[in-house]
Design a binder for this molecule. Structure first.
Ligand code: UD1
Ligand code: MG
Length: 420
C-alpha cells in the first residue's frame, strides 16, 4: 500500500533513523503509545453489559449450567479485555520496529498526518481471542460433546483468517486476491460442517416453492462460503475512519449477543439453545477484545487495526451466524455493510475507476471532511448530511449501525409468525 513501509532485507535501503534503532531492544526504540481512550467506551460498554446480564440472570429462565458457562465466558472475556489493553502498546512497538505502520490519511497536511501509526494491531486481538476461546472449552459444562467438533472447526477458520489477514497486511496482496482469501479460510468450517443443509421457506413463499423445507445440499455449503467472503470483505471496505472498523464490530457483536440471549430465553429446545449459547461463547470475547482495540483506535487513533482485524472480525461473525443458523438476521445487522457493498460494486468490479483509497477529502484549515465521488457510505453520509469532523462522522456511522440492528429486532418482532 502507498503509505506503508515494508521492512527491507538490504541494509543500504534502510533509512538512517531506522538503522540506528535496529541495534536497540524493541522496548526502548519508539515513543510510548498514548493511553487508551476509555472516555465514552467504558460507560457505553457498562450500560450494554448491565442489560445483557439482566437478560441472562433475571429476565429469562435459563438452565443453571448454561448460565454458569455464560458467566465463566464473560469472566474470561473480561480477562481478554485487560490482557489486550496491556498487550497493544507492547505489540505496537514491535510492529513499528518492523516498519509496519500507516499514515493517517484524514489528517494529511497537519502534524498528526506525519506520525507513523502502528498497523495491524488486529494480530494482538486475534491471538488473545484465540487463547481465550481455546481455553474456554474446558469450562463448557454440556453433556453433548458434538459441539466441540464445530467449535474447533470455527476456531480453525478464524485462525486461518487471522493468518491470511496478516499476510495481506505484510505483503499487500492485490484486490482480486483479497476477495478470495476468506473462501480459503472458511474451508475448515465447510469441511467439518455436519449440520443440516436445509432451509425453512418463508411462509408467504411456500406456495411458489411447493415445500415448507428445502434441502439445498452442497449449495448450502456454497452459501456458507459466500457469507464468509461477504462478512470479511464488507467490514474491510467500510473503513478508513478512526474507530470505524472496531466500532462497527462492537455494535454488531452487541446486537448478536442480545439476539442470542433472547432466542435462548424464548426456546425450550436444548439443541436450539445450545446453538445460540455456542454463538455467545464466540462473540463475547470478540466484543471485549474489540473494545480494547477501540480504546486505542478511537479518534485520534494511536494504532490501526489492519486487514488482520477486519478479516478476523468478519470471519468470527460469519461463523457464528452460520453455526447458529441465523444468517438472515446477521445480514440485517450488517445493513450498512450491505448498502456500502452495493454502492461500491461499480468500483469493485472496475466498471468505473477504483483508487487505492476511497476516503473523503480532508481540509487541514478547518479540520472538516468533504465527501468525494467514490462510492462509499462514508462519502455518501458527508454528501447527505454535510461536512463534519472525522470523529463526528464515525459516531454518525456507528449510530446508523445501531439503528440498523434495532430495525432488525423490530422486523423480527413484527414478522414473527407471518414470515416463518
Ligand atoms: C479498504 C478500502 C479503501 C480504504 C481503506 C481504508 C475499498 C475497495 N478499499 O482498502 O478504499 O481507503 O480500506 O482502511 O473500499 N487509514 C486511515 N485512517 C483510518 C484507518 C486507515 O488513514 O482510520 C489508512 C492508513 O493509511 C492505513 C490504511 O488506511 O495504513 C489501511 O488501509 P488498508 O486496510 O490496507 O486498505 P484496504 O483494506 O486495502
Ligand atoms: Mg483494510
Amino acid at each position: 500500500m502507498a503509505t506503508r513501509r515494508k521492512p527491507s532485507s538490504k541494509p543500504s535501503e534502510i533509512p538512517p533513523e531506522v538503522r540506528s534503532e535496529e541495534a536497540r531492544p524493541p522496548h526502548t526504540d519508539a515513543p510510548s503509545l498514548a493511553p487508551p481512550k476509555f472516555g465514552i467506551i467504558i460507560p457505553v460498554a457498562a450500560a450494554f453489559f448491565l442489560s445483557f446480564f439482566y437478560l441472562v440472570f433475571v429476565k429469562y429462565r435459563i438452565e443453571p449450567d448454561l448460565r454458569r458457562s455464560i458467566a465463566i465466558n464473560a469472566a474470561m472475556s473480561f480477562g481478554a479485555f485487560v490482557l489486550a489493553v496491556r498487550m497493544i502498546p507492547v505489540a505496537a512497538r514491535y510492529v513499528l520496529r518492523r516498519n509496519l505502520y500507516g499514515f493517517d490519511i484524514n489528517k494529511k497536511g497537519t502534524p498528526q498526518g506525519t506520525i507513523k501509526v502502528p498497523e495491524s494491531l488486529g494480530i494482538v486481538i486475534g491471538i488473545v481471542y484465540l487463547v481465550i476461546a481455546i481455553l474456554f472449552q474446558h469450562f463448557n459444562f454440556t453433556s453433548d460433546s458434538n459441539w466441540l467438533v464445530e467449535y474447533n472447526a470455527a476456531l480453525a477458520s478464524i485462525c486461518f483468517m487471522i493468518l491470511l489477514g496478516f499476510v495481506d497486511d505484510v505483503l499487500d496482496v492485490p484486490w482480486r486476491a483479497k476477495l478470495v482469501l476468506p473462501s480459503f479460510a472458511a474451508l475448515p468450517l465447510l469441511m467439518a460442517y455436519a449440520g443440516h443443509t436445509t432451509i425453512i421457506i418463508p411462509k408467504p413463499l411456500i406456495q411458489y416453492v411447493g415445500a415448507a423445507v428445502l434441502d439445498l445440499g452442497w449449495i448450502y455449503k456454497l452459501y456458507m462460503g459466500m457469507l464468509a467472503v461477504f462478512c470479511t470483505n464488507s467490514i474491510n471496505i467500510h473503513a478508513g475512519l478512526n474507530g470505524l472498523e472496531a466500532g462497527q464490530t462492537v455494535v454488531i457483536s452487541a446486537a448478536v449477543l442480545i439476539h442470542n440471549v433472547m432466542q435462548i430465553g424464548a426456546s425450550t429446545d436444548p439443541e436450539y439453545q445450545q446453538a445460540h449459547a455456542f454463538s455467545i461463547y464466540l462473540v463475547l470475547p470478540l466484543l471485549t477484545t474489540s473494545l480494547a482495540l477501540l480504546s486505542y483506535n478511537w479518534y485520534p487513533s494511536s494504532v490501526f487495526v489492519g486487514d488482520t482485524y477486519t478479516y478476523f472480525a468478519g470471519m468470527a461473525l460469519a461463523v457464528v451466524g452460520i453455526l447458529g443458523h441465523y444468517s438472515e438476521t446477521l445480514l440485517l445487522f450488517f445493513l450498512p455493510q450491505v448498502l456500502n457493498f452495493l454502492y461500491s460494486c461499480p468500483q469493485l468490479f472496475k466498471i468505473i475507476p477504483c483508487p487505492r483509497h476511497r476516503l473523503p477529502r480532508f481540509d487541514p484549515q478547518t479540520g472538516l471532511l468533504t465527501g468525494t465521488k467514490d462510492g462509499t457510505l462514508v462519502n455518501l453520509f458527508l454528501r447527505l448530511f454535510g461536512r463534519c469532523t472525522e470523529q463526528m462522522l464515525c459516531i454518525r456511522l456507528l449510530i446508523f449501525q445501531a439503528l440498523s440492528c434495532l430495525l432488525c429486532f423490530w422486523l423480527r418482532h413484527v414478522l414473527a409468525g407471518w414470515y416463518k
